[in-house]
Design a protein around this ligand. Structure first.
Ligand code: MRU
Length: 341
């Protein structure tokens, strides 16, 4: 299921806020359509927001009236600034924007030549994402055995990437190799990515999936109903993995129960020049907590905090699965140096 596509100056994506009840495609014609889709989580997931931002810059390039390269580069930098303000935590967003801006700056010739290079770079990044996820799946599937029950949190599947997924890519690869596995998906309050998206994707592929609420994780682990955990990541810093709120609880519980806790993520999610102290955790609208869809479930005026992500210290992480192979948290140091903005 390809989640984003370039069609002659229009970017088409799935409106994920409508899933699983309706499969609605959203047409984005200008960069501001992309930035609001990211902000409103019509598209979400670290790798996908990165590629979407690259396509947003491609839209600016495609529709620009600039004749001189300097004029186009100025427009690209303005669009990049708007995209950078959409969501602060997933590093893939900044990685993708920086890569496209660099491509624009390095391309010689007139505005037309630069625009062409930007559009091609965005397309390349989309294709690369699928390739990277397949490699993550291949490497990670070696950690999954026949008969395993794998717990995953949030949605790190096709819908969070261009296709195939990171954590769900590992699960898909193991399943495609004929391993009889089962998945437990947490619902993932408050935005319900597990219930709405992971359950949808896995059911569609015929992979057995059981849905639980977030607060049931301790119970299923204590009853040995799960024996591996695989989650995605929004930013991997030197000392921690930053991922969807609730990941930290699951990692601590997995540690307590002796269950391996794996993180599947592309190297574009690595931010090894920083530590968790530097990371910005996105704080979202309190209504996501006080309301279920449009229905209020808490008294008016109640105080709320709504961090979208949490920080899991590396000591709880058994291994990190990337497109280059399976790394122990200690191996991460060998990758240090790939600095991101
Ligand atoms: O707020 P979201 O839905 O964008 O958060 C998504 C996650 O936390 C995913 O686990 C992460 O981006 C990895 S997706 C391959």
């Amino acid at each position: 299921m390809r989640t984003i596509e370039w069609k002659d100056g229009v970017v088409v994506t799935i409106d994920q806020t409508k899933l699983p009840n309706e499969l609605v495609f959203l047409k984005m014609e200008k960069c501001s359509d992309v930035s609001s889709a990211i902000e409103n989580m019509k598209l979400r997931g670290a790798p996908l927001i990165g590629v979407a931002a690259a396509y947003g810059l491609a839209l600016t390039a495609f529709h620009s009236k600039a004749k001189k390269r300097e004029g186009l580069i100025r427009e690209i930098e303005e669009s990049a600034e708007i995209l950078r303000k959409t969501r602060p935590t997933a590093v893939n967003l900044f990685w993708a924007i920086n890569r496209v801006v660099k491509k624009a700056q390095e391309t010689s010739g007139d505005a037309k030549a630069v625009a062409k290079a930007i559009i091609e770079e965005a397309q390349r990044m989309a294709d690369e994402d699928v390739e990277v996820n397949r490699k993550i799946g291949e490497h990670g599937s070696k950690l999954i055995g026949d008969g395993d029950v794998v717990l995953t949190h949030c949605n790190a599947g096709s819908l969070a990437t261009v296709d195939y997924g990171t954590a769900l890519g590992v699960i898909r690869s193991a399943w495609n190799q004929g391993k009889q596995i089962k998945v437990i998906a947490t619902e993932t309050r408050p935005k319900l990515q597990g219930a709405r998206l992971t359950a949808y994707e896995l059911k569609r592929d015929g992979i057995p999936v059981t849905l639980i609420t977030d607060s049931m994780v301790g119970y299923v682990m204590s009853k040995r109903l799960v024996n591996k955990v695989v989650v995605g990541a929004d930013r991997i810093v030197r000392d921690a993995v930053i991922n969807k709120i609730g990941t930290y609880n699951i990692a601590v519980l997995a540690h307590e129960h002796g269950i391996p806790f794996y993180v599947a993520a592309p190297t574009s999610t690595m931010d090894l020049s920083h530590t968790s102290d530097d990371a910005v955790i996105e704080e979202r609208n309190p209504e996501e907590v006080t309301h279920l869809r449009s229905e209020r479930i808490a008294p008016k005026g109640i105080q709320v905090i709504n961090p979208a992500f949490d920080v899991t210290p590396m000591k709880y992480v058994s291994a990190i699965i990337t497109e280059t192979g399976v790394l122990s948290p200690e191996n991460l140091k060998t990758l240090h140096g790939s600095s991101k903005g």
